[in-house]
Design a protein around this ligand. Structure first.
Ligand code: SF4
Length: 453
């Protein structure tokens, strides 16, 4: 046990407060409310911020691969032995691969690993962010339940390359089935005398813990709030030790890259988005499930061919979670599955879950719910987000009750959130709101004084 973990364990006293193997303290979340604490009546009325059936624990998720050599169907006789045998080749192949974080931030994975490896510290950690909190996202759940060996093998590859001895999986406590399958896989891994260990920690289903520094705070038993950076986690992460934090899908991609080479991975996709992406297609798609799709595929093909189209009349798509992009159906033919295609047109791909916005959804209520959600989930550390999300809540709620919004003031609020917020929760909120103001003018214009031009 590291000094830090040891001392925190001792401060908290033996037993009780610690998770099962005493390597990591039980997390305690303070302040942030659950993502799904939006009032039930509103969820059932709009069925928008409520869960997709496939997100629910115990639901088997259908998987479809549209890639010739599926990255996530990769199998080898003993995956951990295979990783250990290729230790000297891991960084090189990742450098060539162009693999970027699949959780939404898109940071180059090889760079993260390189930074952690370069730190002179005998204690380092690998942390898997499996607090999959976004509406309509269940690709991490699928991997944890069906491909836990790929996730662990990716973490193990990172760990032995950078010199870490402990990998921590922070898994949403709504994913009890996934927690079980991962624990079972850890037992299999333990038969290898590798010196590397894994630990599962149940997250508290708080949206902000999807943000890596808030997740680290939570793991340390502190209030789950974002940290000021620098220092970055690769320099000072968990217990101030160098820590590589990445998401489930990113880790699960690593074994295929090591086996097939980084160049083979880079040959898939586009120049700015290499490889393939797991896309969650949820409620209202005729073929819901997790779809493995090469980057660069047209959104039109994803929606109408892979997804089979819709069971309801749909007027837009919410892509990449509540802080992602709101895409009108008229733009579906203009986009492809890549970070750059979405950015060029002012949208955000995020981790690419797609939620259909049915005709019956009120767009102004959707804006209100976005502010509600982020006001509830704001950790409160920085005032632009703490106050700005609540101000937005009130402005939009008042507008629904007949008080028109002043467009200039509203723009200033969005700008303050974007530029002044400490992390992507407050800073990301203006993206979907602006998408809505631009692409759904005819629906929301009446709530603004003088309309929207
Ligand atoms: S932007 Fe919001 S969630 Fe992020 S640190 Fe500031 S208050 Fe916390």
């Amino acid at each position: 046990m590291s000094e830090n973990l040891q001392s925190l364990s001792e401060r908290r006293g033996p037993g009780g407060d610690l998770s099962e193997d005493s390597r990591i303290p039980k997390i305690q979340l303070f302040g942030a409310k659950s993502f799904y604490e939006i009032p039930e009546d509103r969820i059932s009325k709009k069925n928008f911020f409520g869960k997709c059936d496939l997100e629910k624990d115990g639901t088997k998720i259908p998987f479809y691969s549209h890639v010739a050599d599926s990255i996530y169907s990769f199998k080898t006789k003993d995956i951990y032995q295979f990783i250990a045998e290729n230790k000297s080749n891991i960084q090189l192949q990742l450098n060539d691969s162009g693999l970027t974080g699949r959780g939404g931030a898109g940071f180059p994975f090889a760079k993260k690993l390189e930074i952690c490896t370069a730190q002179q510290n005998k204690t380092k950690y690998v942390v898997c962010n499996a607090e999959e909190g976004d509406t309509g996202a269940f690709s991490d759940k699928y991997l944890l339940e069906e491909k836990p060996d790929l996730v662990l093998a990716g973490m193990y590859a990172a760990g032995i390359t950078m010199g870490a001895e402990l990998g921590v999986l922070y898994i949403s406590d709504e994913y009890l089935g996934a927690i079980e399958t991962v624990r079972e896989e850890i037992r299999k891994f333990a038969s290898h005398d590798s010196g590397f260990k894994f630990q599962v920690v149940k997250g508290g289903n708080s949206y902000i813990t999807g943000e890596e520094s808030a997740l680290l705070n939570s793991l340390e038993g502190q209030r789950a709030e974002a940290r000021v950076r620098p220092p970055y986690p690769g320099q000072e992460g968990l217990f101030k030790k160098p820590t590589l934090v990445s998401n489930v899908e990113t880790f699960a991609t690593v074994p295929w890259i090591i086996k097939n080479t980084g160049m083979a991975h880079a040959a898939l996709g586009t120049s700015g988005s290499s490889g393939a992406k797991l896309v969650s297609l949820g409620n209202y798609f005729k073929t819901p499930g997790v779809h493995e799709i090469e980057f660069g595929e047209t959104l039109e093909k994803i929606v109408y061919e892979y997804g089979g189209g819709f069971t309801e009349h749909v007027k837009g798509l919410f892509i990449g979670g509540p802080l992602g992009g709101v895409v009108p159906m008229s733009a579906v033919t203009q986009l492809n599955l890549s970070i750059e295609s979405f950015e060029e047109r002012g949208f955000l791909l995020g981790h690419a879950s797609i939620v259909a916005i049915c005709q019956s959804v009120s767009i102004i209520e959707l804006v209100r719910d976005l502010f509600d959600l982020m006001a509830n989930e704001s950790c409160g550390k920085c005032f632009p987000c703490r106050l700005g999300t609540r101000a937005g809540q009130k402005i939009v709620a008042d507008a629904i009750n007949g008080r028109k919004i002043d467009k200039n003031s509203f723009d200033q609020l969005l700008e303050t959130l974007q530029l002044g917020s400490l992390c992507g929760l407050g800073g990301g909120l203006p993206v979907p709101v602006r998408n809505i103001l631009e692409h759904f003018k005819s629906e929301v214009g009446e709530y603004f004084a003088g309309g929207l031009l």
